[in-house]
Design a protein around this ligand. Structure first.
Ligand SMILES: [Mg+2]
Length: 367
């Protein structure tokens, strides 16, 4: 079984520019400064992973991720990917405050494992529902005219669910959502507050939107992640389903929120707590009878391919928000799942099925 032993792990920083500045309630990003990982087994088989820190949302940075990587990656050397769940648990203990690193290393472990046994990553989760899926597309906060122009481009490409970022200014948010809806009356909307509102502002927003009859199918993270009373209040009074994103960054967050009957939907992101803990949260959400959403940070198809594998392998995700690689100026990966308009097509090759350029001079090698 020596072929499954981990012999080398490399990480290198990568800058992924966005087509347009990504403005959300808590900040702006023009370039995603991420980190790619390549983890090699004794057999020579490699797995890929990606860390996608979003400083204004999670407080993580590229430099911080690389520092933590240097500290924790040696824990994996000489270990077997056959025990990926144990290794993921150890990583969680060692990197509790830097979930991007867990996400990147766990993805690389799982990709290497799936490639070593020659199955697509989604097969590891059971292949529950391997079909083409449709994603929403995100419209960041901005002035009405440019947002309408961007919306037009996505609509032409076939997108019919717009995820609109709000949370900086209630009146402007209402006017912008209304303008997009009037221009594209056949589209439905997911609204993401990214913690920007107070409960009162969120309820004012919801009242205005319902008076206008805008077809909103979900309202994500209206209030600050620690404002549980506010979240519960919005949930109690809202006719539209409420989703928790930033409020659920761990299994215990999810359990607490479900016990408090605080939301209808939980947004699963492997960048918030790694893959293993995300799997545990998915089970919990299902047992509670709530709906599942899946999303990500500003990331390439490497991290997002792992998230898509959960959709295909586990099934049952009601809300799919896997558009981020489309918002980047270029795609650093080849192979794996592909986009056609709003559709994501499953892949059949082993692991993530993706390759990254190998002429990168690696920044950090652990062997
Ligand atoms: Mg969100």
């Amino acid at each position: 079984m020596d072929e499954f032993l981990i012999t080398k792990i490399e990480a290198w920083p990568i800058s992924l520019p966005l087509r347009e500045p990504f403005v959300v309630a808590t900040g702006t990003m023009s370039v995603a400064d991420n980190v790619f990982i390549r983890l090699q087994l004794q057999s020579g088989i490699c797995g890929l992973g990606e860390m996608a820190p979003f400083p204004d949302i999670s407080g993580e940075t590229q430099a911080g991720c690389l520092d933590v990587f240097r500290t924790v990656a040696p824990l994996l050397l000489g270990q077997s990917v056959l025990q990926w769940r144990r290794l993921a648990h150890e990583l969680a203990e060692a990197t509790s405050v830097v979930p991007s690193v867990r996400c990147g290393l766990e993805t690389a472990l799982l990709d290497a494992f799936a490639r070593a046994i020659n199955v697509p990553l989604w097969a590891l989760w059971g292949g529950a529902d391997v079909r083409v899926r449709e994603t929403d597309v995100t419209l960041a906060i901005g002035a009405i005219e440019p947002v309408l122009k961007t919306a037009e481009q996505w609509f032409t490409r076939g997108f019919r669910v717009f995820k609109m970022k709000v949370g900086q200014d209630v009146d402007k948010d209402i006017r912008r959502v209304e303008a997009v809806w009037r221009a594209f009356p056949r589209v439905s909307f997911v609204i993401d507050g990214n913690q920007g509102f107070t409960a009162k502002e969120a309820l004012d927003f919801l009242r205005a939107i319902s008076r206008l009859h805008v077809p909103v199918i979900l309202f994500e993270q209206p209030v600050s992640r620690d404002d549980w009373d506010g979240l519960l209040e919005v949930h109690r009074q809202s006719a539209i389903p409420i989703a928790a994103d930033e409020s659920v960054r761990s299994f215990s967050d999810a359990r607490r929120l479900i016990e408090a009957d605080g939301v209808d939907v939980i947004n699963i992101k492997i960048t918030k707590c790694g893959v293993r803990e995300s799997l545990d949260i998915v089970n919990l959400v299902r047992r509670a009878g709530l709906d599942l959403m899946i999303g990500g940070m500003v990331e390439s198809r490497v991290a997002m391919g792992c998230s898509f594998s959960l959709v295909l392998g586990l099934g049952g995700f009601e809300f799919i928000d896997l558009d981020m690689p489309l918002l980047l100026t270029h795609d650093p990966a080849k192979g794996g799942y592909r986009y056609e308009g709003c559709r994501l097509y499953p892949w059949a090759s082993a692991g993530l099925g993706q390759e990254l350029d190998t002429d990168q001079s690696s920044f950090c090698v652990i062997s």
